[in-house]
Write a protein that binds this ligand. Sequence first.
Ligand code: PNW
Length: 440
Amino acid sequence: MWRKDFLLGVATAAYQIEGAVDEDGRLPSIWDTFSATPGKVLHGDTGAVACDHYHRWRDDVELIASLGVEAYRLSIAWPRVMDAAGRPNETGIAFYRNLLQALREKGIQTSVTLYHWDLPQHLEDAGGWRNRDTAYRFAEYADLMSRELAGLVDFWSTLNEPWCSAMHGYGTGHHAPGRTSVVEANQAMHHLLLGHGLALQALRRNDPASQKGIVINVGRGTTDGDTAADRRAAELFEMQHNDWVLDPLLKCRYPAALYEELWQDAAPPVHDGDLALIAAPLDFLGINYYFRTNVRADDNGGYVEVPLEGVERTQMGWEVHPDGLRDLLVGFHGRYANLPPIYITENGMACDDEVVDGQVVDGQRIAFLNRHLAAVDQAVKAGVDVRGYFIWSLMDNFEWAFGYERRFGIVHVDYATQRRTVKRSAQLVRDFLAQRRGRP
Ligand code: PNW
């Protein structure tokens, strides 16, 4: 049975829903630049309008409340709340204060991420996350937000998925700013984590009553190969995705095997004292889980993805694999003696949903969510302290490099009219809470 305070919520991120990218003094972000660059985002979509949440936030708060969820995870757009000289933008700050107050009044707990990928473009022009200075700018931003919004936030997260920011932003180039260098990805990861450590200090100083943590994405890697090299490939995959981030946070060091087997000429730029800052205690760890990757050994001592045939996949092409979530949680519990309480801060799937007769019957998503909740329950029974689960996402939105073609919402958005239609999967929230609370 679920603990009575197991939190059920829905999640979004600023650039994916807000739109209004040049209103009220918002500065350009790296995602404005990237999405305006031909060939980077499917169909040339951008977040310029998105779900128009910046104008429709009052209705969206009513919508969230109508779903019955207990918590809402959102992110703050850094370029909305500070100008290029680092001075506060009062109009931008007021937007978030009003939003958080409205959620409070509805009794909805608030989980706020400071950085969900929308770096101010002027900071990228100065080197972005390759530049150590960006970590200090991020700490100033965290300091300002936690002074302005103290008391309105239940859960602060410094970063969303530093692995994606570092690897997709600076390594593969699939995300903004679209750079492609393993050396730069290592620089970016280290400066992101340093920024996290510095921001955590500011949050503790300014808003002591809140819970503070970080949100990471985790990857399950397994192999269908039967050689020792294939098994090592699967280990390397998980080291590269999970330990790269979790070891500095929880063990105060980067994994030695990554230096030896994958990085060679690309070590992170660590200064004395950095790791102690990065490894400061967390009140919670946010985990985003989506899929499993099948790998085999390549010819250079690394790994290569070999997609499995005949498995269920989502609209993203990602394999549906709930056991991976359970196995990762149980594995972290064994590996890290100081593992903080965990919230699943994102889990969900993209379906090709359509509105038919005013309804969206997304049966595949309902099954997906139920099976992943069951996997969490198994991890809890194995001793892992998981305290909540947030569905990605509240509503269909700008899915980064895939634009509007991928729909993750439990609420459908018709982008031509901005009409929201609650999907069948949203009913799952009520069913789950009724079950957790125990029917009278
Ligand atoms: C996460 N991958 O991104 C983000 O936090 C969300 O903003 C996003 O909408 C959601 O997952 C769905 O994609 C990811 O390629 C992006 O492994 C890419 C990957 C994983 C997560």
